[in-house]
Design a protein around this ligand. Structure first.
Ligand code: ZN
Length: 293
């Protein structure tokens, strides 16, 4: 049983929330739990640079709020996220970089590699290391860049209609930029996902250890908030120490180095495509993906 502070649409704008967010919402649905909700359902929550920047600001707000012990990342609509919104037209001029990368408009490989290092793996790694437990609340499709919001979270609760895919090998790259696939689902299933581009089901993800709980769609929100509320009874620093200990174990297994290595290969792919097709991705990839949808 959980006691809700706000049923829907409630937020804490009056107590420090950013008032100018346009792609997300922020609220405290139950005691000690902050919730960030992706709010572009008409675009299947495709992520442009503005949305990524706003998510990051919201995570910072939750991390800095002493009343918050657990952070939930949820999404409006039928699908959690269809990935990066490459047609959005937002650029690095639209956001304030928070990492140390720079020269985002430099020619050659330099500018784009800096952009992806800042906006993609830079933000993912930052969220993965937030000093508070995080829970992804997932329904519907999670495609490519969508996984880059789900996988940095500590726990994943999903509806039984959820599915997870990274089909971008069809575009002539190795996978999406936050390359933790073998850590998330194991090496064999990671290769299956990447080589075939197919979506794995919620049950398959659960069996692989990628997902923490699978529940009927109409129980998704309650289950997530009950789990968050349960965790939030524990002391903040104990949770922080437990999280760091697990993350350090993954780091000792080479997680960070593997991500950086795959990121370098990802940019070999982008530059190969530029030499052959004068664009970042192989343009034939979209037809391959659509033919198999
Ligand atoms: Zn890329």
């Amino acid at each position: 049983m959980i006691v809700r502070l706000s049923v829907s649409g409630g937020d804490r704008q009056e107590s420090g929330g950013m008032s100018n967010w346009t792609t997300i919402r922020y609220d405290m649905p139950v005691e000690r739990v902050a919730r960030i909700t992706l709010a572009r359902p008409e675009k299947a929550n495709a992520q442009d640079y503005t949305m990524l920047s706003e998510i990051n600001e919201a995570f910072d707000q939750a991390a800095n709020d002493p009343e918050v012990r657990v952070i939930v990342l949820a999404a409006d609509g039928k699908h959690f996220s269809s990935g990066h919104d490459l047609a959005a037209g937002t650029s690095m001029d639209d956001i304030d970089a928070i990492g140390t990368w720079c020269h985002f408009d430099a020619p050659g490989a330099e500018g784009y590699m800096a952009t992806e290092a800042e906006m993609y793996i830079g933000l993912c790694w930052r969220w993965r290391n937030l000093p508070k437990p995080t829970i992804a609340q997932v329904q519907g499709k999670v495609i490519a860049g969508g996984l880059m919001l789900v996988w940095p979270m500590d726990l994943i609760v999903c509806a039984d209609d959820a599915s997870f895919s990274d089909p971008v090998v069809a575009f002539g790259v190795n996978g999406h930029e936050y390359f933790t696939h073998p850590f998330e689902v194991g090496a064999r299933l990671a290769k299956d996902m990447l080589f075939t581009g197919r979506a794995i089901t919620a049950d398959e993800a659960h069996r692989a250890g990628m997902v923490s709980r699978v529940v009927p769609r109409d129980e998704l929100e309650d289950t997530t908030l009950e789990l968050a509320s349960h965790i939030a009874k524990r002391p903040m620093f104990g949770l922080n120490l437990a999280k760091q200990s697990v993350n350090h174990t993954l780091d000792a297994m080479g997680m960070y180095t593997a991500i950086q290595s795959a990121f370098g290969l990802h940019h070999v792919g982008h530059n190969h495509n530029f030499r052959l097709h004068d664009m970042l991705v192989d343009p034939s990839g979209i037809d391959v993906i659509r033919s198999e949808a």
